[in-house]
Design a binder for this molecule. Structure first.
Ligand code: GAP
Length: 585
């Protein structure tokens, strides 16, 4: 009998203890949808809050968070390019009719990678020449076709009011750029972040939480002036290490990560923008905080053919997983001015920022106005309207036309040279408008959720211990009475209330023997278990047991809230919390 994979074990634990499970189970399920249970919702929220801390709150002087709708009207995606470009390739079995994602099938069966830039014809040829078949019935596969991943709907009852589920939160930041820019004092750099649901009509999602049709994205658009592209925080991360597979190696399918400091990656031109490099360093630290060591993380510089339509450079951050291999958990794209320019063009709105000159520029320009003493006699009551219209016209063009023909037409009137005064005036210009550039780090919460579980999952003496990072674990402490009599449960409930009132996520359990209670707490990742025993009734002390070492210390009840808080936040080691009571076996 083969051993269940780590993925299978995690799925079993997740269902049993309430982390996650397939959605709509009572109706047979729909692939690509997952529900989060009581513990899963808390864990996911804690991961999102940790992201918020690393990417938003630490930079709250210039990065802010917004919330925008999930369904967006068609023009947004016409402008953004998603209607045209947000596609994958599908292929259908001619025998059983099952549909697959063409590139995934080729990768799985023929081991050919780097297919993202290929055309449908090229993929069809590879399928034919490599003998790729339907994995279910071995049938022959039909031609490869494009499939748009946007989820379509109708907004309201009127036909033609088409909307799409957003596939990324980013467009909410782009369409709101000007408003937030003004609210934040018209300054750059400006970061606009969003954590929210997105939808992608994935062709054949089959990897659990790794590829789903609806997920939470955690995304940040950092807007900056391309003439002043430096990141003022770079010195904080310059010496941090990034494991990068460079573009040249990716193009040759050489999967060899090289270690660069952030400073080296920039000076050698590996990473094009300082802001992307900065957030890549933050991303490594964030993943470490989720329990993924640096050596299990790598960035891949995506080759040009594989870049999203909006990107001039993208690094995918990958994490090593036991059953799925290297899995992308975040993308770091240099989106240039692509999106803002596209929305300016489509909507006509001015989404530019303002760059102030250090010293105002004095420029000479032409000004044209109607010579009333001459024109008034000819135009009479229409003179005022013509004067107004003339003032709105481009003086350079009026001047050119007068020079060429001796007259210009305004509101249907022939205005001759003697009816116009053309003069040169000097003007002070204080700055200029420009379209900001954008660096974007973007994370999928579901993938990080699974990654976090996998890195936390351990088996000790045949028992599951979920060594989740303490800060994000759903339950921070569990309170147990040693026995269910002699006033111990009552005392334990007092302790439970004390911790709850101190704002800690805490549980009380007395439904089994103490050993069983410890085991149950370990498998949902509770960092400390508190046992109330007979000594507690005498001296108000309790036993604190550590999830990861099973070490035990004795502490006073009144110190519990502070001690647990310090331990969770990593300010104290476990053996610093109290008097050592029992070492692990
Ligand atoms: N705005 C940029 C953007 O959306 P992306 O690489 O397409 O970039 C960002 O998506 C992240 O979202 C990925 O790095 C991955 O973690 C996650 N993601 C993408 N598709 C997903 C899916 N079908 N299921 C779960 N997570 C997904």
């Amino acid at each position: 009998m083969s051993m269940p994979s780590k993925y299978a074990k995690i799925v079993e634990l997740a269902k049993r203890r309430g982390f996650f499970w397939p959605s709509f189970e009572i109706y047979g399920g729909v692939s690509g949808y997952y529900d989060f249970g009581p513990l899963g919702s808390k864990l996911k929220r804690n991961i999102e809050n940790l992201w918020r801390e690393y990417f938003v709150e630490r930079h709250s002087d210039f990065i802010v968070e917004i919330e925008t709708p999930v369904i967006m009207p068609k023009p947004v995606f016409e402008a953004s390019g998603h209607l045209k470009h947000f596609t994958d390739y599908m292929v259908q079995c001619c025998n059983c009719g099952r549909i697959y994602r063409a590139d995934h099938l080729i990768e799985q069966q023929a081991g050919i990678t780097g297919l993202e830039g290929k055309s449908p014809e090229e993929l069809s040829n590879i399928i034919r020449n490599s003998g790729v078949k339907c994995p279910e019935c071995d049938g022959v596969l039909g031609p490869v076709k494009k499939f748009n991943l946007l989820m379509k709907t109708n907004i309201g009852p009127y036909k033609g009011s088409i909307g799409y589920g957003r596939p990324e939160a980013a467009q909410g930041m782009f369409v709101n750029f000007k408003r937030v820019y003004e609210q934040m004092g018209g300054k750059l750099p400006l970061g606009i972040a969003q954590i929210g649901r997105v939808m992608r009509n994935e062709i054949s999602p089959r990897q659990g939480l790794i590829r789903v049709r609806e997920f939470t994205i955690m995304e940040l658009e950092l807007f900056y002036d391309p003439k002043n592209p430096s990141c003022h925080l770079l010195s904080n991360v310059e010496d941090r290490i990034l494991n990068i597979i460079v573009a040249d190696d990716v193009a040759k399918s050489i999967w060899r990560p090289q270690r660069f400091t952030v400073g080296e990656a920039l000076s050698r031109g590996v990473v094009k923008t300082e802001w992307n490099a900065y957030f890549m360093a933050v991303a490594v630290e964030f993943l470490e905080a989720l329990g993924v060591p640096d050596e299990k993380q790598v960035f891949i510089d995506k080759p040009p053919a594989e870049l999203a339509h909006y990107s001039a450079q993208t690094f995918d951050q990958l994490v090593r997983l036991e059953d799925f291999g290297w899995v992308e958990v975040s993308g770091h794209a240099y989106r240039t001015d692509y999106d803002l320019s596209a929305h300016i063009k489509k909507s006509g709105a001015d989404l530019r920022a303002f760059r102030k000159f250090e010293t105002p520029l004095v420029v000479e320009r032409l000004k044209v106005r109607l010579n009333m003493s001459v024109a008034g006699r000819v135009l009479r009551e229409k003179a005022k309207a013509v004067a107004k219209e003339l003032s709105k016209m481009n003086p350079e063009l009026v001047f050119k036309r007068i020079k060429e023909t001796g007259w210009v037409e305004v509101l249907g009137e022939k205005i001759t040279q003697d009816m116009i005064i053309i003069e040169k005036v000097s003007e002070k210009i204080h700055g200029e408008r420009f379209v900001p550039h954008v660096a974007e780090p973007s994370f999928g919460a579901e993938r990080l959720f699974y990654v976090t579980l996998e890195y936390a999952y351990r088996e000790v003496n045949g028992r599951i211990v979920l060594s989740l990072p303490k800060r994000i674990t759903p339950i921070k402490a569990a309170v147990f009475p040693l026995v269910v009599r002699d006033g111990l449960p009552e005392k334990a409930r007092e302790v439970y209330k004390l911790l709850k009132n101190a704002g800690l996520d805490v549980i009380y359990d007395d439904s089994a023997f103490i050993g069983r209670l410890y085991a149950r707490a370990d498998e949902i990742g509770v960092p400390v278990a508190i046992t109330i025993d007979y000594d507690t009734l005498k001296d108000d002390t309790v036993t604190l047991r550590d999830r990861d070492t099973w070490m035990q210390v004795r502490v006073n009840i009144r110190d519990l809230p502070t001690l647990i808080h310090d331990y969770i936040m990593g300010r104290k080691a476990f053996d610093e919390l109290g008097i050592l009571f029992r070492k692990p076996a």
